[in-house]
Design a protein around this ligand. Sequence first.
Ligand code: HEM
Length: 217
Amino acid sequence: MSLHKVTLHVPPKTKLSGRLDVLMMVSGFLLAVFVGMHMLFVGTVILSPRLMDALAWFFEELYLVQIGGPLILLVMVGHFILGARKMPFRQKEFIAFRTHTGMMRHTDTTLWLVQVATAIIVLIMASIHIYVMLDTLPITATKSAVRIQYGNWLPFYVVLLAAVAVHIIIGLYRLGVKLAVITRKNRPKARKLLLYVLAATAVVSLLTHLRLSLMTV
Ligand code: HEM
């Protein structure tokens, strides 16, 4: 198969597609900021369940959860649709993409395939999660602990966290490369930094779940 043939699935660049790319980058960055803040918010339970309750009360009093929840879902769906423009959904496109990846042996192209898989997992699981959260308001540390201890939600969160963390880290890396913040020279350093962020997220999440599992309910 010629290189020309296998790259046919890539849509041609237009002014509109450039603008949609910017929109995708901005929405992705905002979602990453949200998830980071969300992890810190839920992580306050490590310090004190009462602190988590107080923060949840504060956000709900301001309707930030009731309005923010559906808004985040909307931004997430929009971000997915913007990304889906480039996803190799059809079998022919997928085979062409795989051949292309194999021929180039290009890490960044392989990372993009991981982006596609994690995007689908996050979209489905985060939609379920947001629905459950909004359906069982108000948020309290005790309710979260009950879900973990008696509701069998732990495996769900492990998969969601792994998918969302990998998706965000790769997304930030690709964004850094596109904006030339990450250059050939500082690339190894940037990769290391992002891996540290990934490890820190895993540690905070582990401690959060440990705290929720050990809470008296
Ligand atoms: C605005 C809507 C959201 C609210 C109100 C919310 C609230 C919460 C709460 C209260 C928990 C604690 C566990 C529980 O109660 O079951 C939790 C856990 C979690 N949430 Fe969300 N969440 C929202 C959106 C999201 C989104 C969009 C993602 C990812 C894309 C996400 C990922 C997670 C993960 C991975 C956990 C497990 C905790 C951890 O591993 O540290 N959440 N969320």
